[in-house]
Design a protein around this ligand. Structure first.
Ligand code: C5P
Length: 236
């Protein structure tokens, strides 16, 4: 295990949550697609749709289409199939949709012979604290809930999960080092910022063997995004 840990590299996915495409390109133009992957979420996909994904793919970027599908199995089957048709690298679905929904998502990818997107499950949102879990009827701790949902995701053939970085080692120990962990809410200091509760620094993410950190506002709201990216890279 120590060998696996020492060879571990944490990679960066940039969350492009802009409403202005030109602003997004001010950052993208400086990014090397060999180093950075891009995450397109509900906002940019709703505004700019498929042509934007194709534009970014043509620039050589791997795209994480983070639409967090959660619906009846038949609907998720169709949504995952359509997302995979876009040629994206990674797709997200909510694990709390349950086994039938997860299997439908997996089945949708069966017809794709090559460039099959990674299917990633959302565990507990990093904006949640334990009170928020109680409000929706969950009595477990964040750690237990993340581990339970991750186990369900693995059982149903998903490639990995999105979770608070602090839970990464628990997941890796229980579900293996090949099961991918993607962690958002990356901050240079351990202060919750904006709407995120379970934040983590890049160096802790690396220490906990997070495969990919999702970096959003720490870079996109920075006065000097490239300098901030350089700083983040220096910890990885
Ligand atoms: O760094 P920042 O807090 O801006 O990053 C948040 C990004 O990560 C957003 O795009 C959000 O949708 C995404 N995300 C998240 N929590 C999850 C999954 C994705 O914050 N569990």
């Amino acid at each position: 295990m120590s060998e696996i840990i020492s060879k571990f590299t944490t990679k960066i996915i940039i969350a492009l949550d802009y409403s202005d495409k030109n602003k997004a390109f001010k950052l993208i133009d400086y990014l090397d697609p060999a180093i950075y992957r891009l995450k397109i979420g509900k906002k940019m996909f709703s505004i700019f749709g498929k042509p934007f994904i194709i534009q970014l793919k043509n620039l050589g970027f791997d795209i994480f289409l983070d639409l967090k599908f959660h619906d009846i199995p038949n609907t998720v089957f169709g949504a995952v199939s359509a997302a995979a048709d876009l040629g994206v690298w990674m797709i997200s679905i909510h694990i709390s949709g349950g086994s039938k929904m997860l299997q439908a998502a997996k089945l949708a990818l069966n017809s794709f012979k090559k460039d099959i997107p990674l299917l990633i499950g959302i565990t507990v949102l990093t904006s949640f604290n334990e009170q928020d879990l109680r409000e929706i009827g969950v009595n477990s701790s964040i750690a237990n809930q993340v581990l339970m949902l991750s186990t369900l995701a693995k059982k149903n053939g998903l490639d990995g999960v999105v979770c608070p970085g602090t839970e990464s080692m628990n997941i890796k120990k229980k579900l293996g080092f090949n099961f991918k962990v993607i962690s958002p809410a990356i901050r240079l200091k351990e202060d919750p910022a904006y709407d995120q509760q379970t934040v983590i620094t890049p160096s802790l993410a690396k220490k906990f063997n997070v495969d990919y950190i999702v970096v959003g506002r720490t870079v996109t709201f920075s006065k000097n995004p490239l300098h901030t990216l350089k700083e983040i890279n220096s910890f990885l």
